[in-house]
Design a protein around this ligand. Structure first.
Ligand code: NAD
Ligand code: FES
Length: 283
């Protein structure tokens, strides 16, 4: 079992937790992820590692309570424990060599963009962060992002905080103003990553995106996380989750991600579990 060391609500739907997992805390690098299961009946959910504290053996995860598993996790408190916490999985981000980077986070995606911004900043790169949210009440990690960047630009779709508009509006303004970058990292909703990549292609700016397809085992066995990159099938769990944004087929990813939307929203009751209960504990 893996104990929850701390819990903090970042907004009404987004929660930050530290989980005690010393081996993962020691090994995980920016860009890698874990898969958790709350209990034996829970689904397996991948989450990018937001931060680690090897001395305390703590791994920070940030998640939005959208499906049943994340809602169950959100209901737990510090001191409770979850059944599985496996990782680090996936390949670390390819950040070395970048001297001037622009990191673009959309909504909850800022939680995943944050460790990359921090790593680049700590390794001497100049880092502009553009953090976009629908409205002021959804803004998360403002202090952390400010500390991990040279300049932080916050945008809101409705103009209730920071600059009005999408992250792509701010990015275009920075590029048009002559800012030169050698790396862009875009993490957030798939349409956001698609339009950021379309824009940076015009400027021949290397762009990494973090893909979030449906995952099951996270080890390259099930094929659930197939994505099309450069016309070839790749597995996000072992070949990614980060890929060259100029090569990704985002429309295909959007189609695949919609496959189980209905089931994710349902208050699912496991039929196997019911059968076991009905037969006095024997399936
Ligand atoms: P959101 O819909 O509130 O969007 C956040 C920001 O992204 C917006 O404020 C805007 O600036 C930008 N954006 C959105 N659509 C855009 C478009 N068409 N063009 C340009 N910019 C656009 O985001 P949210 O609700 O916080 O995020 C939820 C989504 O993010 C979910 O679909 C989730 O699966 C995804 N997500 C992805 C990752 C990942 O690893 N890529 C991680 C966490 C969440
Ligand atoms: Fe199964 Fe990637 S999650 S192959």
């Amino acid at each position: 079992m893996y104990q929850i060391l701390s819990k903090r609500a970042l907004n009404e739907q987004v929660t930050m937790m530290e989980i005690e997992a010393p081996l993962i805390a020691k090994k995980a690098r920016p860009g890698q992820f874990i898969i958790f299961r709350v209990d034996e009946f829970g689904e397996r959910v991948p989450l990018t590692v937001a931060a680690t504290d090897p001395e305390r053996g703590a791994v920070t995860i940030i998640f939005q309570a959208v499906g049943l598993a994340t809602k169950k996790l959100q209901q737990l408190e510090a001191g409770d424990a979850i059944l599985d916490f496996v990782g680090p999985l996936g390949r670390p981000s390819d950040l070395d060599g970048a001297r001037r980077a622009v990191v673009i986070g959309g909504g909850v995606g800022n939680a995943i963009a944050y460790p990359s911004a921090r790593y680049l900043h700590e390794h001497g790169a100049e880092v502009d962060v553009i953090a976009g949210f629908r409205s002021r009440d959804l803004v998360i990690l403002e202090e952390e992002l400010a500390a991990a960047s040279t300049r932080l630009y916050i945008t809101t779709d409705d103009g209730s905080y920071g600059e009005a508009g999408f992250v792509t509006d701010k990015l275009r303004a920075l590029l048009d103003a002559g800012n030169q970058y050698d790396l862009a990292i875009a993490i957030g909703p798939v349409p956001m990553m698609k339009f950021v990549s379309r824009l940076t292609r015009e400027y021949h700016l290397r762009t990494l995106v973090s893909l979030n397809p449906i995952m099951v085992d996270g080890t390259g066995m099930c094929g659930g996380c197939r994505v099309l990159v450069g016309g070839e099938t790749r597995f996000a769990c072992v070949d990614g989750p980060e890929f060259d944004g100029h090569q990704v087929d985002f429309d295909d990813l959007m189609l695949r991600n919609r496959s189980y939307l209905e089931q994710e929203q349902e208050d699912h009751t496991c039929r196997l579990q019911q059968a076991v209960q009905n037969h006095g504990g024997k399936a």
